[in-house]
Every structure is written in C-alpha cells, then in structure tokens.
Design a protein around this ligand. Structure first.
Ligand code: SF4
Length: 406
C-alpha cells in the first residue's frame, strides 16, 4: 500500500513537555480568541481547547494587562489539572512585555515572534535580540513565525530590487516567497548567533493561498532542519477554511513536511472554537498519522435506504463516541482504535461491516426487515424491530467493555 513519504528529519523542540519534531508524532495546537486580560474567559477557553485535544494552546499577549494575566492563567489551569503548554503570541512590543513581566516570561512554554513586526524598524535588531536573550534566560523555545500579511517590507523591497536588476528575473510571487523564507531563516540564524540552540527554534511561514503555502513550505523544508509549524493563515470560515487547510496541509504532511499543525478557522459568531482542534485531529487521523477518535464508517445513503434510521444511528454513534472519549481514554486504553460501520443496505453493508470492529447493515428497500451485525468480521446477530438502533448501541457498549476494559 502506498504511504506518505518518510518524515523530514527535524531537530526536536521540547515545548513545555510536548515534543515537536525530531520524529515525534505531529502535534495539534490551537489559539484562543479571548482577551487574555480576561482571565476567566481565557482559562475557560484553554480548558475547552485542551479537552478537545489541543496539545499546545497559544494566547495573545498584547499589553501589560494580558502579560500580567498569563502567570495567573497558567496557575489556575494547573490547579484544575490542566498542564497544556501555553505559548505567548507577541507582536510589536513583545521585547518590552517580556522584560517588564518576568513572571509571564517564566509561565509561558514558548514565545511566538513575528520578525516582520518586532518593534520599530530602526530598533528591530536590538529588540529581536532582547526577545532571544529573554528566551535563553528562561530556557524557552521560540517560534519564528513569518506571515505574509506582516512581512518585513525592507527585506521584500531589497529582494524585489535585486530581482528587477537580474538577467533572469523570477515572478513577483516567487520573490515574495523567497522574502518569507529568508525572513524566517535569517532570523533563526540571528537567534543562533545570540546563543539559542537549534533545539529551541521552530519556524513557520504562513500564507493564505494554498498553492503558495505548499511551495513556500517545500522550499523552506529543503533549506533547513528546524522543526516546522504548519498552518494556512486566514483560511476562512466553514467548509472553505476546512477544505483549504486540509488540502494544503494534507499535501505537505504526505510529503513528510510538518511537525505541528494549527487549522486557522474563522468561527461563526458565537461559534465553537474547538472546531479547529477537531479538524486538525481528523486530518491527521484520516491520513493515518495519528489516532485520536474511534472511526465511524457510514455510507451516504441513496434510493435504496428505506428510512433515515441509519443516518440517525450513524450520527448517534459518532456523537456518543466523541463525547465519551475524554472519560474513555483512561477507562478503556486503546479505545481510539475502535472502528464502527453503520450501513444503509445489503449492497455494501455486510462487506463494510466486516472490515470494522463492529458493524451493522440496516435493511434497504425490498430487503427483509432485519439488520445483521458483524463483530470482528463474523456475523454474530440479526437485529429486528423498532428499537434496532438501541440494540446496536448496547452491542457497541458491550464490545468496548469486552475489548478495551481492564
Ligand atoms: Fe445506497 Fe446501500 Fe450503498 Fe448505502 S450501502 S449508499 S444504502 S447502495
């Protein structure tokens, strides 16, 4: 069976106890959208994201009040048993905030630095050096996170001028990609000159266009061995953001590129922030890189389905498995490897059910009103009656207890 390319060799970085790169499984991370100075709201959202499976959570640190809140947030989370590493997202005044708030510098597990906006241009070098010196002092890793929306204009202008004077000019888009990559690599080089180890540096080069993102990361991956954080920036809302992120990140991951991912979705007003974590998990799981949740295989249904029972059952089973996972992870070790099939008729039902740990084939049009159930490839029962769905759910629960219970 064809599989993904070998993982790109990268230098592993320990982010508050979570290994990123160096052969570690691809890490899922996310970011809050609360005002970090609002301690209650931020603690609540970090907990939601961590419970959903975010292994690292980034929070905005944009002013004194948010910097002062960080250690309180970290301590409050720890007191409730949440030790998810917190990453501080700094722009413009990170050097000042980290200097003025040593407790914040100590509480964070990593600093995100945007080389395109480290302070005022004239003082950029010294302010970047301040950030790195503080990271060295507190033994913290950094992510040098370039974003084409806030690219170093000076660097871009210089590369554009050089390209214009070249005998073999490249496209403007290619120059822009080169500026993004150089911004990341030159900053990483400068951090190393300031005494930072390679095992303390992650890079990201985010753009919002799928093809550019793939090209920029392929190039970056070939030119260094720093651990890479993947993300399509400003991916957008709903299915557009999910499809664009999955297409871009899926291709890179298949090529062995990427050590941690964030899916940047714009939530619906009042929407659930944890969707980005679920999408990241599903992307990694569906590609076979990691296993987070049991899989429910269900057919799409067609004119052969006699009712919506199978759709309802498939949804019920998926919802039940998803909501039970936080509790089951401890109670039923390995339960995330479970596969369940819920099929609408005899055409593909028995075959698909046999491939799952436990599967049911509901009766289609013209079929005998009976639903065969397969367990580990063997037919074990034929369910009948109006409560077929409940009978099957009980069988799934019994199977989980038998297979994964201690
Ligand atoms: Fe239609 Fe049956 Fe195929 Fe489901 S398994 S899509 S009901 S033919």
């Amino acid at each position: 069976m064809a599989g993904p390319a070998a993982r790109r060799q990268s230098v592993g970085v320990n982010v508050g106890g979570v290994m990123v790169g160096g052969g570690a499984p691809v890490v899922v991370q996310s970011m809050t959208n609360t005002d970090t100075a609002d301690i209650d709201a931020t603690v609540r959202q970090v907990m939601q994201l961590a419970r959903a499976g975010s292994e690292i959570v980034r929070i905005t640190v944009d002013r004194d009040e948010s910097a002062a809140a960080v250690p309180i947030i970290r301590d409050r989370l720890a007191s409730m048993g949440y030790d998810v590493p917190l990453v501080g997202d700094f722009h413009y005044i990170g050097h000042k905030l980290l200097t003025d708030h040593p407790a914040c510098a100590e509480a964070l597990a990593k600093y995100r630095i945007n080389p395109g906006n480290v302070g005022f241009k004239a003082k950029r070098d010294t302010q970047f050096a301040t950030l790195i010196e503080i990271a060295n002092r507190y033994d913290k890793p950094v992510r040098i996170g370039v974003n084409w929306g806030s690219l170093d204009e000076e660097l871009l202008t210089r590369l554009m001028d050089e390209n214009a004077a070249s005998d073999t000019p490249i496209s403007a888009a290619a120059v822009q990609r080169e500026a993004i990559i150089q911004s990341a690599l030159l900053s990483a080089q400068r951090a190393e000159e300031l005494g930072m180890g390679r095992d303390k540096i992650l890079l990201s080069t985010k753009v919002s266009d799928v093809q550019h993102l793939i090209a920029v990361y392929q190039d970056l991956a070939a030119r260094c061995d720093y651990a890479l954080h993947l993300g399509l920036t400003e991916a957008g809302m709903g299915s557009k953001g999910i499809v664009a992120s999955s297409a871009a990140l899926g291709i890179l991951l298949q090529q062995g590129i990427g050590d941690t991912i964030r899916i940047s979705l714009t939530p619906e007003p009042g929407g659930d922030r944890t969707t980005e974590v679920k999408v990241a998990q599903e992307l990694l799981q569906t590609m076979g890189f990691r296993q987070f949740l049991p899989v429910v295989a269900a057919c799409p249904g067609c004119g052969r389905t006699t009712s919506t029972t199978f759709q309802t059952l498939a949804k019920d089973i998926q919802d039940h498995l998803n909501t039970s996972m936080p509790e089951w992870r401890e109670r039923y070790p390995g339960v995330e490897t479970l596969s369940v099939a819920v099929m609408g008729c005899i055409v593909n039902g028995p075959g698909e059910s046999k491939h799952a740990n436990i599967g049911i084939s509901l009766p289609g049009t013209g079929e005998t009103p009976a639903a065969p159930v397969f367990v580990d490839g063997q037919k074990v029962a034929t369910l009948r009656g109006a409560d077929v769905a409940d009978q099957f759910k009980t069988m799934v629960a019994d199977y989980i207890e038998r297979k994964f219970g201690s």
